[in-house]
Ligand binder design. Structure first.
Ligand code: NAD
Length: 457
């Protein structure tokens, strides 16, 4: 067995040393899940819902301790950890309320002695390979509806959020989900790759484009259900009729919340030339006030960079922007350690020759570009291979809708940003992924709709 070390990214302190699964261990776990799935699917939906409701009770009971575990291993500020867990409760409630109607058998035709029905059956054994930045959200977006609909789940938490993944496992098992129906698979990338070699019926992945593309190639010939929720380069356009201060306040939060490590973080801002300077001044003032420091402190807004290698990406984007004429207004480099720290960084005078306007920064780094009007804004917003979210700030709803309707993105925001709702589908265009989670569709995603043609004799 391989051992791997979990460290606190805020100070480098060793938190745990864990044994990773090896390929043989992963195969045994997959076999156990396969053997257990049919009995889980045969239980009534009410029984499965009761388990998830108990799981929710466990999250409520242990919320402060769970937040501390997440903060220590990811560097997420403690208030944001609690906020993620509180937000999770609403997502669980949505799934519990919606699942009955989402997977109810429907009679869609009944004439001349012929009936046609659609039945939703569980996919079977599904694997979830997950990210670290919102481990409860992105994990439970898959795990909760997958279990509710009768699947067994092999769950590989990110190596940067494994202690959280083990807490999730503890609470699910305590809540009555059988040990072989929800099975954690522990380790780094190669353990995820070993999971792909198992006989599974669905693969649900959240992570980077690079890993997603590798996974799609690895499983491509196997025709299993494949969902990939990947990164973004999420743009926002601030129109000339918007209030620059209000837009700056909202967008500074959207860019820097979770230290910019959200898939739907605001990553590029386009501002109409008429209000550009006022917006930039207000934006810089907002970001200047953001307090970086110990993630366990209630005052902290900017936490650690979870993965040390991302610091190199941020350094390279800053150097590239400077070399190509970007104007550095704030920050611009690492903060002193120990741990992984990067100063909130703001550039103006940027353009699309620069990496920071093209590739995901996934950190507290933002470029603000001046535009001449709606046409240029739409063109630039669509000048990307990604398409997760996009936003417009304007008091004029017609104008905002007209702009957003032309932007290729899965989620569209008018006068808001960096927002996910359990009631709405979460999906990406282009290299932001395939498939979706959340909403009624994100429950049905874990089932196979089966067609029944019935002619009673
Ligand atoms: P990552 O791609 O580095 O890792 C994701 C998971 O894949 C981890 O569990 C990792 O161990 C595993 N993995 C690595 N190599 C593998 C391989 N060859 N085969 C199988 N599994 C493998 O991503 P990350 O750093 O954990 O997450 C950050 C990325 O996730 C960002 O790009 C972010 O935008 C994206 N993200 C997207 C969403 C969304 O909903 N679209 C949500 C959260 C994060």
């Amino acid at each position: 067995m391989n051992r791997f070390t979990i460290r606190n990214p805020a100070n480098g302190e060793k938190l745990a040393e864990l044994e990773a699964d090896d390929a043989a261990g992963v195969a045994i776990k997959a076999g156990r899940a396969r053997a257990a799935q049919a009995a889980w699917a045969a239980r009534s939906l009410a029984e499965r819902k009761a388990c998830i409701a108990h799981f929710r009770d466990g999250v409520v009971r242990d919320l402060d301790a769970l937040a501390a575990v997440m903060t220590r291993e990811t560097g997420k500020p403690i208030k944001m950890s609690r906020s993620e867990l509180n937000g999770l409760l609403g997502r669980i409630d949505f799934f519990l309320q919606e699942v009955d109607q989402a997977i109810a058998t429907q009679t869609v035709f009944d004439e001349g002695g012929m009936k046609e029905r659609i039945e939703h059956v569980a996919l079977g054994v599904v694997a979830n390979i997950s990210a670290w930045n919102y481990p409860w959200f992105v994990g439970c977006n898959v795990i909760v509806p997958a279990l509710l609909t009768g699947n067994a789940v092999l769950y590989k938490p990110s190596e940067y959020a494994t202690l959280t993944g083990l807490e999730m496992t503890r609470l699910l098992h305590q809540a009555g989900v059988p040990q072989d129906v929800f099975v954690p698979v522990i380790g780094e990338g190669p353990v995820g790759a070993a999971l792909l070699d198992q006989k599974i019926d669905g693969l649900f992945f959240t992570g980077s484009y690079a890993t997603g593309a590798r996974i799609a190639q690895a499983v491509g010939s196997r025709f299993m259900k494949l969902q990939l929720e990947l990164g973004g380069k999420d743009p926002t356009y601030v129109c000339d009729d918007a209030d620059p201060s209000a837009a700056a306040q909202s967008l500074a939060d959207g860019a820097m919340y979770n230290t910019g490590q959200s898939c739907c973080s605001v990553e590029r801002i386009y501002v109409h030339e008429k209000i550009h300077d006022a917006f930039v001044a207000a934006f810089v003032a907002q970001v200047k006030d953001m307090k970086a420091g110990d993630p366990m402190s209630e005052e902290t807004y900017i936490g650690a960079i979870t993965r040390a290698p991302q610091l190199d990406v941020l350094d390279a984007q800053v150097a590239d922007a400077k070399a190509k004429g970007g104007r550095l207004l704030l920050g611009g480099g690492r903060l002193p350690g120990p741990g992984n720290w990067f100063a909130p960084t703001v550039f103006s005078h940027v353009d699309h020759r620069m990496e920071l306007m093209k590739e995901e920064s996934f950190g507290p780094l933002i470029g603000i570009q001046k535009v001449s009007g709606d046409e240029e804004a739409v063109r630039l917003m669509n000048d990307t291979r990604y398409g997760l979210t996009a936003g417009v700030y304007s008091p004029n709803g017609e104008r905002a809708r007209a702009v957003l309707a032309r932007v290729n993105a899965g989620s569209l925001y008018w006068n808001c940003c960096d927002r996910v709702s359990p009631r709405l589908p979460w999906s990406g265009f282009g290299d932001s992924g395939v498939g979706l989670t959340l909403s009624t569709y994100g429950i049905q995603a874990f089932t196979r709709p089966r067609a029944w043609h019935l002619r009673p004799a």
